[in-house]
Ligand binder design. Structure first.
Ligand code: UT7
Length: 329
């Protein structure tokens, strides 16, 4: 039997037009540009227009990723959308994306792992491809996360933004030529005992409301630094690689200090880290593919580069993935 792998052949992103800087937020809550920049690295965030839905952001990002992959919609047979802010309770945002793109075959569904959502969705799609159930997958992280913020809570409302990122995965056989390309491995974890340090105080079954984000920032920070460090090591060990083999770290963009701390732990020069938190803030499930797209669009990340993804969020849920971008030429 031939062994299959997923190759990452396209990436795209979309950000809503409206930019809100820290000074604007300081008019809303008792905060300052100085505090936000020093504690998080965030300088601004994009916020979706009233009529703009998560699916709109996802569709835009998916179209860009498809164009980069030079694949037509007819070839897509799986759409996985990672989101915590779906358009509706049901049907899935993925099915809305499917219809809008004109994809008429295969499956489309959402994945919910909050900020780790993209790494979870990538893993699910990769497994569909590896088993031969799908051939070409769109994996999208999309959020209108600012819709679930409590705009009177300065400890959370300054941290997040809206956006979407998408990648196209294409299945192929592992051959001598392709063996170092594609998704080498992904590693997922969750710990439901930590639910209360990052959650939303509402939901269709519990309160019948959407709810707002609640977070014990310091607790989450502590877990993030420890668990991301562990899962990075797990991914490297699994592939018998060391940090010096990595071309790019594309981390979840939650806090500049957490990103710097991961780079220090890995002894990775900061120039090898894609950081765009200053412009996008934390876009939850969109943050990793958005950062990947930034790195690819500005020419830093190119075909053949080895990229390490990592993310952590509510659940707690976290994970990492090692991917060599593109396909051998
Ligand atoms: O994506 C999911 C994963 N999320 C994360 O990884 C987030 C992890 N946590 C963090 O990034 C940080 O904990 C935060 C950025 C959320 C907070 O930074 P911190 O250094 O842990 O600050 P803190 O929560 O300990 O607050 C320090 C002080 C407090 O005042 P007192 O008690 O020292 O007087 C807060 O009330 O800063 C105050 N504070 C603020 N001040 C101005 C909290 N939020 C703000 C604010 N502006 N927006």
């Amino acid at each position: 039997m031939n062994i299959r792998r997923s190759f990452l052949v396209g990436c795209g992103a979309y950000l809503p037009q409206r930019i809100v800087d820290n000074d604007e937020l300081a008019e809303l809550v008792d905060t300052s540009n100085d505090w936000i920049v020093k504690r998080t690295g965030i300088m601004q965030r994009h916020i979706a227009a009233e009529e703009e839905l998560t699916s709109d952001l996802a569709i835009n990002a998916a179209q860009k990723a498809l164009a980069k992959a030079s694949l037509s919609v007819d070839e897509i047979d799986l759409i996985v959308v990672a989101t915590t802010t779906p358009d509706d309770t049901f049907p899935s945002t993925a099915t809305k994306v499917q219809a809008a793109l004109g994809v008429n075959k295969g499956a489309a569904f959402d994945i919910q792992a909050v900020c780790a959502g993209f790494v979870y969705a990538l893993t699910v799609a990769d497994n569909f491809i590896k088993t031969g159930q799908s051939n070409n997958a769109l994996v999208i992280g999309a959020e209108t996360f600012t819709r679930i913020l409590d705009w009177s809570d300065r400890s959370t409302c300054v941290l997040f933004g809206d956006g979407a990122g998408a990648v196209v995965l294409s299945g192929g056989e592992i051959t001598e030529k392709t063996k170092n390309y594609g998704i080498l491995s992904t590693h997922l974890h969750s710990d439901g005992r930590q639910r209360d340090i990052l959650y939303v105080d509402g939901g269709p079954s519990s309160t019948g409301t959407v709810g707002n984000v609640r977070m014990s920032g310091k607790e989450v920070y502590k877990h993030a630094v420890a668990k991301l460090g562990e899962v990075i090591e797990e991914a490297l060990n699994y592939n018998k690689l060391s940090a010096s083999d990595i071309d790019w770290l594309v981390p979840h963009q939650a806090n500049r200090r957490i990103i710097d701390s991961m780079a220090r732990k890995m002894h990775l020069p900061i120039e090898k880290v894609i950081c765009c938190i200053e412009k996008h803030a934390n876009t939850s499930a969109a943050s990793v593919p958005l950062a990947l797209s930034v790195g690819m669009d500005d020419g830093r990340i190119s075909n053949g580069d080895l990229v390490l993804f990592e993310a952590i969020g509510g659940g707690l849920a976290w994970g990492a993935g090692l991917v060599r971008i593109g396909e051998p030429v």
